[in-house]
Design a protein around this ligand. Structure first.
Ligand code: ATP
Length: 306
């Protein structure tokens, strides 16, 4: 009984965490098929992805009827372009991602991919078209090779290695005791946050979806790691339709459009320079981040002197 109880309990905690944090939706769906809140329409066709254009039109949504979380959210991402979501904690950024992945159905309005309402197509086909790079990837207690290959089980070793190289984790893996056959996860080699995110990038590269959802890590990494991860992220998103939750505004100055959310509403939108000119919430957030960065720099210099 105890043996059974422990993993189940762990699973429940994990599931709640996923619902809360948009941690690792992709894995979650495979693991918890029975927990689905949405169902396929009878005879629903597969999503036919041509270029991966995304349209949110007048989307409103609440996790419960009493509390509306998203209000009339409208935006589109042209095929291959990048849109970034910014806003304070609780503004609704992850909720937008969860709706696009159809974790929940919208209350009103519609989400379309290449002109097809995501409500009308099979969930399996929708999720095949979307790759997710979460903040915190959950690793299986399996080899590192399996963990990457999970992105596309049919991939061969050469493809796994190519994906690992592109995600900038190949060299790291070669330094592991049994290289690609090394056990990772709770019962094996523990990977750092940055390494786990690179595993997620490698998985997504292998999956090769037309649409990529990215939740930028909040945890601070050292500058070099940060640069390497940014480069790997740029590779995974190249020519893909990308929606990114950005915590550091410096990473999205080149985004095609930035959406500023407050309490579930888009209150400002535009490119980085435009938004700075508007002198609204985005500018405030930007100035705040500059201040924090200067503070950190001063602290670093002080530590160095001491
Ligand atoms: P953060 O930057 O902290 O991740 P966010 O902008 O992504 O925040 P969301 O996670 O989308 O915010 O949450 C928006 C609102 O919805 C919050 O008020 C949150 O408490 C609520 N919420 C999120 N998930 C659930 C859930 N599963 N059930 C009920 N309410 C939820």
């Amino acid at each position: 009984i105890i043996q059974l109880y422990v993993p189940l309990n762990w699973f429940g905690t994990y599931y709640r965490q996923i619902q809360k944090n948009f941690v690792d939706m992709e894995n979650m769906f495979d693991l918890m098929k029975e927990e689905q809140e949405v169902i396929d329409a009878p005879g629903a066709p597969g999503l036919s992805v041509v270029r991966g254009g995304i349209d949110f039109s007048n989307v409103s949504f609440g996790y419960s009827p009493e509390k509306i979380i998203l209000k009339n959210v409208t935006f589109n991402i042209a095929p291959g372009k990048t849109v970034a979501l910014v806003g304070q904690s609780g503004a609704g950024k992850s909720t937008i991602m969860r709706l696009l992945f159809r974790f929940y159905d919208v209350n009103s309005g519609a989400i379309m991919i290449d002109g097809q309402n995501i409500k009308t197509v099979t969930q399996a086909s929708l999720r095949r078209a979307i790759g997710v790079v979460p903040q915190d990837t959950v690793l299986f207690n399996q080899t590192i090779k399996y963990n990457i290959k999970y992105g596309r089980i049919s991939a061969d070793d050469q493809e796994v290695i190519a994906a690992a190289r592109n995600a900038d984790i190949h060299e790291k893996i070669l330094a592991f005791p049994q290289q690609y056959e090394t056990q990772v996860g709770e019962r094996g080699l523990r990977l750092s946050g940055g390494e786990k995110q690179r595993v997620a990038i490698a998985r997504t590269i292998l999956k090769g979806p037309q649409i990529v959802l990215l939740d930028e890590a909040t945890s601070a990494l050292d500058t070099q790691t940060e640069r390497n991860i940014q480069a790997a992220l740029a590779r995974v998103c190249a020519n893909k339709t990308t929606l990114i939750i950005a915590h550091r505004l410096s990473t999205i100055i080149h985004a095609d459009e930035i959406l500023v959310l407050r309490e579930g509403e888009i209150i400002e939108r535009g490119r980085h320079e435009q938004l700075l000119q508007e002198q609204g919430l985005y500018m405030e957030m930007w100035n705040q981040q500059l201040k924090n960065m200067e503070g950190e720099k001063l602290r670093d210099e002080k530590d160095f002197q001491e």
